[in-house]
Design a protein around this ligand. Structure first.
Ligand code: ZN
Length: 246
């Protein structure tokens, strides 16, 4: 089986449609979506419809919960809160029902291969913590039993590995070969608002049989996404940052 792992779309349909084109050409068996379908970008409804149409395995992110009133707005900074309120006002009742029904985490099994998918962290995903340091990654490895945990949330692709000796380290940000006996936390980056300095849309392709995972970067019409954000009256910073990948 081959998988596409997409995360943090954030209402950026221009980025999502470019990524879905790339996924179609890669003949993927299944799409895993790690949440934050909405928030920041100007086309949340179109992004929800597209993700729904994939019939993949999807979990909820903090912005998905924020847009349906399941997360206190004080959690967000000013721009994110403004985007959250704007998104809440434009979602349809069906969109809200869809987001409300998403689980916080999912266990995925493919033969003898198992993984867990979650937006933030395997321990208390509803607290929306970030995995940003080796110490945090090491602690989170103790909170799940599967060989692999897929996460999003930070908008930065990175692979953490736990060796059989219990040593935790970063083993790459672009290509990963999954070695037997080792465990991994894999951040697939962000489709709609990358924050690693590369403005291209980001997602991961995984070949389960070859035990390989690669981060893909896809060009898209950033100018079109920016114009829609400004036209919607969303904070200009949300448009500007797309050009820099920050
Ligand atoms: Zn996000």
């Amino acid at each position: 089986m081959t998988y596409a792992i997409i995360s943090d779309i954030h209402g950026n349909y221009d980025a999502l449609s470019a990524v879905l084109g790339d996924i179609m050409r890669s003949r993927v068996d299944r799409v895993v979506c790690l949440g934050d379908i909405v928030g920041y970008g100007a086309e949340p409804g179109k992004c929800i419809a597209a993700v729904q149409g994939l019939d993949g395995w999807t979990v909820a992110g903090n912005h998905d919960h924020g847009a349906i009133g399941q997360l206190d707005p004080s959690y967000f900074n000013a721009n994110a809160r403004r985007a959250c309120e704007w998104t809440a006002a434009v979602l349809s009742a069906a969109d809200r029902r869809y987001l409300a029904a998403l689980p916080l985490q999912r266990r995925i099994e493919d033969g003898d291969r198992r993984c867990i998918a979650v937006h933030s962290t395997p321990l208390r995903p509803e607290d929306w913590h970030y995995i940003l340091s080796i110490d945090e990654a090491e602690y989170q490895f103790e909170q799940f039993g599967e060989p692999v945990c897929l996460v999003g949330h930070s908008h930065q692709p990175v692979f953490w590995q736990l060796s059989p000796a219990g040593e935790c380290s970063i083993v790459g940000r672009e290509y990963l070969r999954l070695e037997p006996g080792r465990r991994y936390i894999i951040n697939a980056g962000s489709v709609g608002q990358p924050r690693d300095g590369d403005p291209r849309a980001c997602y991961a392709l995984c070949d389960g049989d070859r035990r390989e995972l690669v981060i893909r970067r896809v060009e898209y019409d950033i100018g079109a996404a920016q114009k829609k954000i400004l036209k919607a009256g969303l904070p200009p910073r949300l448009a500007e940052r797309l050009a820099h990948g920050t």
